[in-house]
Each structure stands twice: as C-alpha cells, then as structure tokens.
Design a protein around this ligand. Structure first.
Ligand code: NAD
Ligand code: SER
Length: 313
C-alpha cells in the first residue's frame, strides 16, 4: 500500500485531493500537511505542520511515516506572485527542490502541478502543442518551466519518479482559489448564487483553458497510477477540459439564473497575464499516454456548481 504525503493540503486543490486520496488509499496511509493546521483535512486523518521550504521538515515527516509518494501543491499563484516575485520563486522552487531531494534520498515518487502559466506570448495560443516554445513572462511561469525541467532532470539523472500536469484554471466549491488569474471563473458562481452583480477582472473575450475540480483530482491520481512504460512525457502533460471566456460563462450561468448581472472592471495585471496564456491546449498526449478523459464540460460543471453552492451558501 502506498504511503502518501500531501504538501499544501489546505489550499484549493489540496482540500479536495486529500479526502480523495484518503478514500482510495485509506485514512492511515495519507499524511496531510500545510503551514498551518486548520481545515477539515486536520480532523479527518493524519495531519502534520510542514514548511516545505525547510527540507528538514519534509525529511522528518517522510521518515516517521515511511512516505513513498509526495503530492507537492505548495506554490504562490500567478497574480499574487507577480506582487512579490522573490517570494513566488522561493516558495515555488524552494518547496519543489526540497521534495525532489527528499524523493531522491528516500525513494519517493513526486507529483507537482505545472500550469498553463508555463506558456508565454510566443507559444501558439490555439490548440497549444504538448512540446512547444515556453518563454513565460510571469515569475509564476518562470517557476513552472524551471520546475518542469528540474523534475525531468531528477528523473533522468537519479531515477526519481517525478510526474506532473499543466493544470488550466481549476473551478471548485470547497476552498476559494489562492490568488490566480483564473480565480474569476470560481468567484462568478459565488456571486451568482448570492444574487450579487459580478465584477469581472478580465475582458469579455479572454479565452482560457479550465477544468472542474473532480477532473483535476482524477488527473493527479490517474497520472501517478499510470504505467511508467507508457509515459513518453513526464513533466509536464497538457490537460484541459473546456475553454471559455467571461462572456461565455456568464451566458451559461444566465440560463439557470436569468437575473444574474455582470459588469467589466478590467484588472490590468490579470489582463496582461491572461493575454500570454493559451486559448486552448492540445491534450492528446495525456489522452494517449495515460488515458486522460475529463468528465465535465461548461454545461455540466455549471449545473453542478450552482447546485452545490445553493446548498452551501
Ligand atoms: P493554493 O494557493 O490554494 O494552495 C497552496 C497551499 O500551499 C496553501 O494551503 C499554502 O498554505 C500552502 N503552502 C504555501 N507555502 C507553503 C510551504 N512553504 N510549505 C507548505 N505549504 C505551503 O494553490 P492551489 O490552487 O491549491 O494550487 C496547488 C498547485 O496547483 C500549485 O502548484 C499551483 O500552481 C497549481 N495550479 C493550480 C491551479 C488552480 O487553478 N488552482 C491551476 C494550475 C496550477
Ligand atoms: N489558476 C492558476 C493561476 O491563475 C493557473 O495556474 O495562477
């Protein structure tokens, strides 16, 4: 049985990945960790306080719990990192290099998400290929490209089983997103259900790849369970489920809530970041190499998001 360590368990993805892993591998086989011990993940299983920029913290937990797989979710998302680039680098790269070193010494596998942020303005924006030019202009993107390269290096040089996906914007209803450019696609549902007018920070025609959280969880777990013989790529796979703009998602929500209103107050930083990211990625390598196949599209996700948030709010 695998023994798993989740780093960043309190964040948007970690708060849903942790219970999914506990369901599959058993409560005693998943150790959840973050900088602070607060949230359901603490009372629902084994929890540890870990600052992953401190390698000793990771070594201690890996040794005590005999960990053999690390899901490393610690990062500062794109818009927040742009306000403090040094912190974005220190957390994004610091936590990753520590995880890879611990994995090299203690024989762990490592999953660390990359992002659509790993692309830049010179990347073909439509049907963005798996292998293409990656010259991002944000510190977040710089850490993601460096992280992809470092993870492949640790695999090739030391045999560390490092794998990752380039997540698009993730939409979810448990924990709010942590300061990214795609956060609007979550916040718009909260505003709609609360009957508030939504103020959109991106221009109406900004198309970006997106994914509903249940598919994001499946992507992580299925990639880590995939047969290594079949993986021609490792760090990192394009994965997407849908591509939409603020205007498209607004009209989809209005089908359910006809009185819902939205106005645009464009945030120049988020607009500039989004303009350098793909409109839609080609994820055929992930489909071919490990069977990636998302379940949700904009219509089915919207129905589910509104239903869950009506119950919750
Ligand atoms: P988040 O900001 O919601 O959560 C990150 C978690 O990491 C937080 O709980 C934070 O406390 C923790 N953390 C920060 N520094 C830490 C440290 N030094 N040690 C331990 N924990 C630390 O982020 P998320 O949205 O859950 O993203 C997880 C990963 O997925 C990140 O690598 C992110 O870049 C990537 N990703 C996310 C999205 C998305 O839309 N959410 C899209 C693409 C990629
Ligand atoms: N959702 C993330 C962000 O906007 C994409 O990696 O930063």
């Amino acid at each position: 049985m695998k023994k798993i360590l989740v780093i960043g368990a309190g964040g948007q993805i970690g708060s849903e990945l942790t219970p999914a892993l506990r369901k599959i591998y058993g409560q005693d086989n998943v150790v959840a960790s973050d900088l602070r011990l607060n949230g359901d993940w603490v009372s629902e299983g084994i929890a540890e306080k870990v600052d992953a920029t401190n390698v000793i913290n990771i070594v201690d937990v890996v040794k005590r719990h005999n960990i053999d797989a690390i899901y490393n979710l610690a990062a500062i998302l794109s818009a927040t990192a742009e306000a403090n680039p040094k912190m974005g680098w220190d957390i994004g790269m610091g936590c990753l290099v520590n995880c890879l070193e611990v994995a090299r010494i203690y024989g762990c596998a490592v999953f660390t998400p990359s992002s659509i942020g790993a692309f830049g303005p010179e990347t073909p924006p439509d049907n963005t290929p798996q292998d293409t030019i990656q010259r991002p202009k944000t510190i977040y993107g710089v850490t993601k490209v460096a992280g992809e390269l470092l993870s492949d290096y640790y695999f090739q040089r030391f045999g560390v089983d490092a794998r990752s996906v380039r997540y698009p914007g993730i939409i979810s209803n448990v924990t709010l997103p942590g300061g990214g450019t795609t956060d609007y696609a979550v916040e718009i549902y909260y505003a709609a259900v609360k009957k508030e007018k939504f103020v959109c920070p991106l221009p109406e025609d900004t198309f970006l790849d997106m994914m509903y959280m249940p598919d994001a969880i499946d992507a992580a777990i299925n990639l880590m369970e995939a047969d290594p013989e079949k993986l021609k790529h490792r760090n990192s796979f394009n994965v997407t489920a849908m591509s939409f703009s603020p205007k498209t998602i607004y009209h989809e929500i209005k089908k359910h809530l006809p009185d819902f209103e939205m106005e645009y107050r464009v945030n120049p930083l988020k607009k500039a970041i989004a303009a350098t990211w793909p409109n839609s990625m080609d994820d055929s390598c992930a489909r071919r190499e490990w069977g990636w196949n998302p379940k949700y599209n904009l219509e089915t996700m919207t129905t589910d998001m509104l239903k869950v948030l009506k119950g919750k709010l």
